[in-house]
Design a protein around this ligand. Sequence first.
Ligand code: 23J
Ligand code: MN
Length: 259
Amino acid sequence: MSTILTQLVEELNAGTLKVVDLTQPLGPETPVIGLPPIFASSPGVTMEVISRYDEKGPGWYWNTISMGEHTGTHFDAPVHWITGKDFPNNTCDTIPAHRFVGPACVIDVTADVEADPDFLLTKAGILAWEAEHGRIPAGAWVLLQTGWSKRRGAEAFLNVADDGPHSPGFHQEASEFLARERDVVGVGVETVGTDAGQAGGFDPPFPNHTIMHGADKFGLASLCNLDQLPPTGAVVIAAPLKIVDGSGSPLRVLAIAPA
Ligand code: 23J
Ligand code: MN
C-alpha cells in the first residue's frame, strides 16, 4: 500500500501541489522550424472538419489533423538523429514508458538571453547552477529556461535574420556533460528546437541533437511556463504519442510542482 500516491492525490486536491502545463497551443498558427532550402522542410499544422453537427455527422464534431512529427511542443526520440539510429527501443512506440517521467532541473538563463539571443549554456554554467541547487540526478529532465516562449508570433519566435535563425541553446560541452557525466533522460527548451538557432553552422552541426540522441537521450522543444517551476522539486511527465517507428511527436508536457 503506497502512501505516496494517496498523498499525491490529497496534495493536488488541497492545492499544496499544482499541475503546470508546459505545452504551447497546437494549431495552424504554430511556428515550424526553417532549415536551409537544400533540405526538406516540415509542414505546419493543417486541420479539416470531418463533421460538425451537420449532414456529415448530425450529432458530432471531429477534425482530421496533419503536421510534421516535430511541430509545436514536441518530443525528439533518439532515432530522430543518425547518431541515435541503432539504439534498441529508440522510437516513439518502443521507448519504455517509465523513461518519460523524471525530476526537473530548471536552469534559468533568461537574463543572459535578453543580453544575447544566441546565448549558449556552457558546462561552467551548469556547474554554477549545481553549486547553488545540488547535483543534477540521473534520469532528470534538464529544462533550459530562456523566456523565449514569451515571444509572440512566428517572426519573433523564429527570429530569422539574413544569416539564419538566432535563438539560444546548449554549448557542445554542456550537452556532453549532461548526457555522459549526469546521465539525464533528456533536455527541454522553450525554442523551436533543442539546438541553438545558429547551430546548423556549428562543428558538428546541431551538436545537441548529435550528442543527446547519440547517447540515447530525448529532447523536448517549444515548452512554456518554465517560470512557474522551481529550480528543483518538480516532476515532469512527457509521453509522446505511440507512433509506430515515430521519430518524435507533439505531446502534452505536464509538471507536478509545489504550489
Ligand atoms: C531537423 C533538423 C534540424 C533540427 C531539427 C530537425 C529540430 O530541431 C527538431 O525538431 O528536432 S534543429
Ligand atoms: Mn524535434
